[in-house]
Design a protein around this ligand. Structure first.
Ligand SMILES: *[C@@H]1O[C@H](CO)[C@@H](O)[C@H](O)[C@H]1NC(C)=O
Ligand SMILES: *[C@@H]1O[C@H](CO)[C@@H](O)[C@H](O)[C@H]1NC(C)=O
Length: 320
């Protein structure tokens, strides 16, 4: 427990140091769902309580191996044979601090609201780099597609839900696979829902902070690409290489991009840049939502803290 505390505090520190004072740019809003809810910065108690819940919750199959040494948990109703949509939740944690048990309350909540929910563990820095993470997430999608029927899940209704670095990895996995950077080809999933993700590291550069203009290939982006171990780690930059309306599929039939009004970690320009490139290069349907007054971890933590405003919003964007 002591180590866990230390690691979580360390993460909070790193997040604060690496991603400070983002620039606010004007939001392009396709669709705004208003709901009031208060987010918190990063609440250690929420995760500890969720870890505790992991050991006592009943509607769960724990530690199922999906790819060599990786495992996932499945939250599902053992006696309900009706086919339900499936959420695969890819947690955040700045690519190095995530663990499936931190989110067991999120698994319970979505399960109680009609989704079979799968939370995989995946490679983390320094034991793996971005390509290993993509490999694992691809493996989890494949496993769910092939096996989730046994748990009451409908493999035609797979929703890949990612938060923060997990949102970055979710969309990167889908984009890379649909454009042939990775193989074998994954099944096209029903939807991806992305919360507060960094999709282009130039948004965090000093130039962006000082001028509000997002540069290309900033030193900060070069640095993050080295840390992540891949030159193809920015989803937005990958799309920039493609001509207008030249992409048939981005791996999901619908892309919902969600930001929150009080996110002081990831600037709005991150989501806007991604949406601009999705719209330019493809006809894949997307929605864009802003949840006001919620901070960077406020959606995932709000679900687990029983914040009904956040819970209602999340169910809405999953379903929309
Ligand atoms: C692991 O996942 C990768 C990527 O989807 C897949 O190619 C590979 O076959 C999987 N391995 C196993 C043992 O399931
Ligand atoms: C591609 O689309 C962008 C934005 O939609 C537009 O500004 C640009 O002129 C287009 N380029 C070409 C070659 O049509």
């Amino acid at each position: 427990m002591k180590n866990l505390f230390k690691t979580i505090l360390f993460l909070t520190l790193i997040v604060s140091v690496v991603f400070t004072n983002p620039v606010k740019t004007e939001a392009e809003v396709e669709d705004v769902e208003l709901a009031s809810a208060k987010g918190k910065r990063f609440n250690v108690g929420t995760y500890l309580s969720s870890i505790g819940n992991f050991f006592v919750t009943k509607d769960i199959k724990r530690n199922v191996k999906y790819n060599q040494t990786r495992d996932l948990d499945i939250y599902y109703k053992k006696n309900d044979k009706n086919k339900k949509p499936v959420v695969i939740f890819i947690y955040g944690g700045t690519w190095y601090l995530g663990e499936k048990t931190f989110y067991s309350k999120l698994g319970d909540f979505l399960n109680d609201n009609g989704y079979v929910t799968v939370i995989p563990n995946y490679a983390q820095i320094p034991w793996g780099f971005v390509n290993d993470m993509i490999y694992d997430i691809s493996g989890a999608i494949t496993w769910v597609y092939n096996n989730i029927g046994q748990y009451g899940g409908d493999n035609q209704k797979i929703i890949l839900l990612g938060h923060s670095s997990g949102a970055h990895l979710s969309v990167l996995t889908l984009i890379q696979n649909s454009l042939g950077y990775t193989s074998p080809r994954l099944p096209t999933i029903y939807k991806t829902v992305l919360f507060n993700g960094p999709y282009d590291f130039d948004c965090f550069s000093d130039i962006a902070k000082k001028t509000g203009q997002v540069p290309m290939n900033s030193d900060f982006e070069k640095f993050v690409k080295i840390i992540l171990g891949s030159q193809n780690s920015c989803p937005t930059d990958i799309l920039r290489k493609y001509a207008n309306k030249s992409i048939q599929s981005l791996g999901a039939n619908k892309i919902n991009v969600i930001i929150t009004g009080d996110d002081t970690v990831v600037p709005e320009s991150s989501a806007q840049g991604l949406l601009q490139e999705i719209r330019r290069t493809s006809d894949v349907p997307f929605s864009y939502y802003i949840m006001p007054k919620v901070q960077h971890c406020g959606l995932t933590e709000g679900i687990m803290n029983g914040d009904t405003g956040v819970q209602g919003f999340v169910l809405y964007v999953l379903n929309y």
